[in-house]
Design a binder for this molecule. Structure first.
Ligand code: F6P
Length: 526
């Protein structure tokens, strides 16, 4: 593929960006031209995207779409949906869209069979047919997993808390810090707790350590070794390792190498979601995602939500040196969404070579961060309004609250969301008191969901997945591998060994030696 930054379109975009950086540029002036909301917003089903408060005009959008066509985005989308091997460094497809096909269109028998197997477990747990070692029914499910085997399911369960069955508590433990497990188990009953060991690879050290902790806890609490299988199920593509850990074969829920960890909540990794909200609603989540998949695969680029959002990120990253993007859900239920998006985006786009191994000529993935509004307004929003760096914001609002007695407060929440994007866009001049001046023309998207339903949430998450994919195609990077994480994992093993060694490790670098020596002194093991 031709070098991105030397193409005529890229150069035209660079020239165009100068207009938005000119000292006299103002978003207010663009709004004064009229029709801006009608021209720069998209609505479909229960989701609306207003991207009018961005540093762009119709000409910029045309150029960005031209760029997408030159970078063969249409063909890349088709290849992903066709299940082609697009993750070349691992020689596998990235076919998560196949997980959310409606049953009648499903051609992969294993996907259907796994959904049926999940359904059977959900039914048994909900009816009390599945009991723990003392014959009592399961009241608590603890998912043990990390990264993609934790963040997606934990986020969805939190988001859909109002849909959760009251008789079952679904919890998540991810950190290898034993305090995480300890605190969870202090409020759990070993007779009524089911653990899901969720690990695609079944080699992740943190997850295996926590699973061993859980097993010790059960055994100490009086569960006989031959009853452990009433308290453990696993989700993994590495069935042999799950068996070796001691999980009964019938309790293993498969996933496949063509599902990336951060794209896996739609697979059996979503088992805690299905247990929390029931299988019908889990299928609604899948259906919402599928509906966004169809939109992504068929809509014209100018009408295509993930394409528009992806191109906007490329625009800011390429021409405005934007190092970070904030995601601010005005919904406490979406508290964990920024964490989920952080892995989705940063593990996918944190790459510095093209798919052919050439150094990237332009900026790729940026930092993604955020917390719910209105909380953020009282911590970091000051910098968004008056700081020296420009950070584009994705505001997310939900029209109808799931809370009881919501009338008064929910309107306040929405008013704040609208006010923040307006303040960033309009700014306020005060030449007499410069410290009060807000520059304005600070970009944002606003996404509105009609309600936080399983299907609207499914659509929203698929929208972000595809937005990430769009960026990866423009930059020509592999969004589905994560080799950078491996080095840290390898060195963690070496450091574990060094911490356990009695002798000093003169072969290590001076910093590691010094830190290890101090840790040992303070642990009294030097
Ligand atoms: O953090 C690296 C990573 O490999 C993620 O990509 C993945 O989601 C996570 O670890 C957990 O992996 P597994 O599901 O194999 O335990």
């Amino acid at each position: 593929m031709n070098s991105l930054n030397t193409s005529a379109t890229w150069r035209a975009l660079a020239a165009k960006s100068a207009e938005f950086k000119a000292p006299d540029f103002s978003l207010n002036a663009l709004f004064a031209q009229g029709e801006r909301y009608a021209n720069f917003s998209l609505a479909r089903e229960d989701l609306l995207l207003d991207y009018s408060k961005n540093l762009l005009d119709a000409e910029t959008r045309t150029l960005l779409i031209q760029l997408a066509e030159e970078r063969r985005l249409k063909q890349a989308i088709q290849a992903m949906f066709a299940g082609e091997i697009i993750n070349k460094t691992e020689q596998r497809p990235a076919h998560h869209v196949a997980l959310r096909l409606p049953e009648e269109q499903q051609t992969n028998g294993e996907v259907s069979a796994t959904l049926r197997k999940m359904s059977a477990l959900v039914e048994k747990i909900h009816t009390g047919d599945w009991t723990g070692h003392s014959g009592r029914q399961i009241e608590t499910v603890i998912n043990i997993g990390i990264g993609g085997s934790d963040l997606g399911p934990a986020m969805v369960v939190e988001a859909l808390r109002s849909e959760c069955l009251p008789s079952l508590t679904v919890q998540f433990v991810s950190n290898v810090d034993p305090i995480h497990m300890q605190q969870m188990l202090e409020r759990s009953n070993p007779e009524t707790t089911l653990f899901i060991v969720a690990s695609k690879s079944f080699t992740t050290a943190e997850t295996l350590a926590n699973a061993n902790y859980a097993r010790r806890w059960l055994l100490k609490s009086g569960c006989a070794a031959d009853c452990l299988n009433r308290h453990f199920v696993a989700v993994s593509s590495n069935v042999n390792s799950a068996l070796a850990f001691g999980i009964a074969e019938e309790n293993i829920y498969p996933m496949w190498d063509w599902v990336g960890g951060r794209y896996s909540l739609w697979s059996a990794i979503g088992l805690p979601i299905a247990l929390a909200i029931g299988m019908d609603k889990f299928r609604q989540l899948l259906a919402g995602a599928h509906s966004m998949d169809q939109h992504f695969a068929t809509a014209e680029f100018s009408e295509n939500m993930p394409v528009v959002m992806g191109l906007l990120s490329v625009w800011y990253r390429g021409f405005f040196d934007t190092d970070s993007f904030a995601v601010v859900p005005y919904s406490q239920s979406l508290d964990k969404l920024p964490d989920f998006l952080q892995q989705l985006s940063m593990e996918s786009l944190g790459k510095r070579v093209t798919r052919d191994g050439e150094p990237l000529p332009v900026n790729s993935g940026a930092v993604i961060w955020g917390t719910p509004g209105t909380n953020g307004q009282h911590s970091y929003f000051q910098l968004l309004h008056q700081g020296t760096c420009v950070i584009p914001v994705d505001f997310i609002a939900v029209a109808n609250s799931n809370a009881d007695d919501a009338a008064e407060q929910h309107e306040q929440l929405l008013a704040n969301c609208l006010a923040q994007s307006l303040a960033l866009m309009e700014g306020r001049e005060n030449s007499a008191e410069p410290h009060r001046s807000s520059p304005g023309s600070r970009p944002s998207n606003t996404l509105i969901l009609k309600a936080l339903s399983p299907s609207a949430l499914g659509s929203l998450l698929a929208l972000f997945e595809h937005q990430v994919f769009v960026q990866s195609v423009i930059w020509d990077i592999n969004a589905f591998d994560q080799w950078g994480v491996e080095l840290g994992k390898t060195l963690a093993k070496e450091m574990l060994q060094a911490l356990g060694d009695e002798a000093e490790r003169a072969d290590l670098d001076a910093s590691s030696q010094g830190l290890i020596a101090q840790l040992k002194r303070w642990q009294g093991t030097a």
